[in-house]
Ligand binder design. Structure first.
Ligand code: B12
Ligand code: SF4
Ligand code: SF4
Length: 244
């Protein structure tokens, strides 16, 4: 394996090692910053999206890392309570950890290889009206072949969709990861699942599309305190811990 990739993966493994109670093995992918899909994103998503080169001059690769929630957290989510404390705690903890990992990679890659990088926060970096970010991490994850979008509009990886992710843009060219040939979502694969649409309490997920405003309105009613992040039921179906 390329030395830089090896180093990136070691750093991510080291930084996540103390958290095995909360997360499973990280999944790491690489997208070419010049992938033509980036230029299509503004049109697909419906508002102006940033290109990797607009975040970092000389951008060559986008490194994406996904931290899947532990099976215990997924089990807790399946109890269907309004606020699942283990899910909420992981939400907050993983946002900090993802940010910390990106910053650690920035410092170490620069010191050890002279690689320059740029990052955006893992979340809460979105436009309140449109409810989209200019740099959505799941887009880069799909371009980096880490999984596919499910009917639930989440990234489904081989370790499922219940997890959180972040990305780092670097000015070093690395071999891009290969994209899967078929969907990891059972609905798109076989038509036989619609768990997320059936169980979404706000009706945001349907077979004909996803209404982020409905989801947001529902979450706003649940997340009355920062330490109580609600719902996430769309992350608890058959694709919670595996892709198909
Ligand atoms: C804004 C936002 C929200 C808003 C609006 C959601 C939205 N627009 O996606 C609200 C508040 C409602 C929300 C809710 C949730 N969110 Co949110 N949210 C974000 C945020 C900040 C930006 C997302 C964004 O811009 N989406 C716009 C586009 C990308 O999404 P989309 O419309 O679904 O995309 C479709 C098309 O545009 C097109 N498309 C887009 N990109 C690409 C790329 C390719 C190659 C192709 C072919 C197609 C394509 O296909 C997509 C699917 O049809 C990100 C963090 C970040 N900066 O990335 C987290 C993020 C998406 N949220 C996340 C999560 C987990 C949640 C919740 C479970 C809440 C929670 N407690 O964590 C729910 C789940 C709702 C759901 N089913 O998706 C995770 C997703 C994890 C995953 N496995 O995918 C993220 C990435 C946070 C993180 N750092 O991990 N979220
Ligand atoms: S719950 Fe079923 S239909 Fe929904 S995203 Fe997962 S596999 Fe697809
Ligand atoms: S977070 Fe809850 S309300 Fe939003 S899409 Fe998922 S299941 Fe529906």
């Amino acid at each position: 394996m390329d030395t830089v990739k090896e180093r990136i993966e070691t750093i991510i493994r080291e930084e996540t090692a103390p958290y095995t109670q909360y997360i499973r093995q990280p999944i790491i992918g690489y997208a070419s910053a010049q992938d033509p899909l980036y230029a299509e994103m503004s049109q697909r998503i419906g508002n102006q999206q940033l290109l990797p080169t607009e975040l970092l001059m000389g951008a060559k690769t986008v490194v994406v890392f996904f931290l899947p929630h532990s099976l215990q957290v997924i089990q807790a989510l399946r109890t269907g309570k309004n606020i699942v404390q283990a899910w909420s705690d992981n939400y907050l903890m993983l946002n900090d950890l993802l940010d910390h990992i990106a910053k650690t990679l920035q410092v170490k890659l620069r010191a050890e290889f002279g690689i320059m990088s740029a990052m955006e926060p893992p979340t809460n970096n979105y436009n309140d009206i449109e409810l989209t970010a200019k740099w959505p991490h799941k887009t880069s994850a799909v371009i980096a072949g880490m999984g596919t979008f499910g009917l639930n509009h989440l990234l489904i990886t081989k370790s499922g969709c219940a997890g959180r992710l972040n990305s780092l843009i670097i000015d070093k060219k690395l071999e891009p990861s290969v994209r899967p040939k078929s969907s990891y979502c059972l609905y798109y694969k076989t038509g036989k699942c619609s768990f997320c649409a059936q169980h979404c309490p706000s009706g945001a997920i349907t077979k004909i599309g996803w209404n982020r405003f409905r989801c947001n309105a529902y979450l706003d009613g649940k997340n009355v305190r920062d330490t109580e992040q609600g719902c996430g039921i769309c992350s608890s179906g058959p694709c919670a811990a595996r892709g198909f």
